[in-house]
Design a protein around this ligand. Sequence first.
Ligand code: NAD
Length: 325
Amino acid sequence: MSWLVTGGAGYIGSHVVRALAQAGLVPVVLDDLSSGMASFVPEGVALVQGSILDRELVERTLREHEVQGVIHVAGFKYAGVSVQRPLHTYAQNVEGTRVVLEAMAAAGVDKIVFSSSAAVFGTPDVPLVIEETEKRPASPYGESKLIGEWLLRDQAIATAGSEKPLAHTSLRYFNVVGSADPSVYDVSPHNLFPIVFEKLLAGGTPRINGDDYATADGTNVRDYVHVGDIALAHVAAAQRMIAGEPIEAAYNLGSGDGLSVRQIMDAMARVTGIAFTPEIGPRRPGDPDRIVATGQRAARDLDWRMRHTVDEMVRSGWEARRAAG
Ligand SMILES: NC(=O)c1ccc[n+]([C@@H]2O[C@H](COP(=O)([O-])OP(=O)(O)OC[C@H]3O[C@@H](n4cnc5c(N)ncnc54)[C@H](O)[C@@H]3O)[C@@H](O)[C@H]2O)c1
């Protein structure tokens, strides 16, 4: 028996693969390597190279590896780009999820953990986001993740009472940072940590986009969580499903306490030893002051907690990025 991790060659997926293996479960990866890297998949873990859009391949992989459950991480994650490429985003995130569910039904696989996103909330107008906070996605990306959640819900309704009722949960990530393995790092050209790392490595000065927000130091506050903690929540969800315990349809993997961009910049200077004063640029359109979620529900069911300080998040990410050369 194994667990299929779609997108297991990516930044988060490859951490999930490691956490599953450490917990004694057998991970198998399906990845088309569109943004992931084969080198991120640990030795000894099967890597099936191909797309989740390939229905036959997904079903064959599920059968050949006697898959017990799927952790569906594969997806197109760039919210900004999704505005220019809505059809691509919908194909990858909506059609991709539909195909995975269809192949699972055909192969008799009845457990799925889905990588959802804070983007389902859009720009929430509340101090602390909870699972029930209104969903108002502000991009095709956020919409596609919300539809992914609905697909799981609807398939669970359709299979309830059958021989194989679908057990499912959607884990909503906020800002995932750091590294739990020095050989894996975030390659995203659009996320704060990699942007700052690349700037510093090139000898440049990182920039803050706006310092006149309604926050204590004027810069955006976001919910940064360590990727290793994110990975452990997937293992806990899988184990809950294996044990047949009830599981919620969605969990916000939030810290309950955000960090401002300036606090991150201070940690970057402290940890890297590179003294810099960030440039202040204009605001980015549509950037809300603050997005912070409580992870209380995940703490109750998935042993969710912040196991890392901001300096540990920065240090681990920086070391992994530098190790990559
Ligand atoms: N990084 C974050 O902060 C964050 C926040 C919220 C949600 N998410 C979600 O988490 C998931 C993983 O994000 P990540 O940061 O690891 O990104 P990533 O780009 O590193 O990982 C995505 C992986 O999926 C693979 N993939 C993409 N399309 C595929 C397809 N059609 N078939 C097979 N494999 C495919 C890629 O090659 C890559 O390995 C995504 O679904 C993303 O939307 C990420």
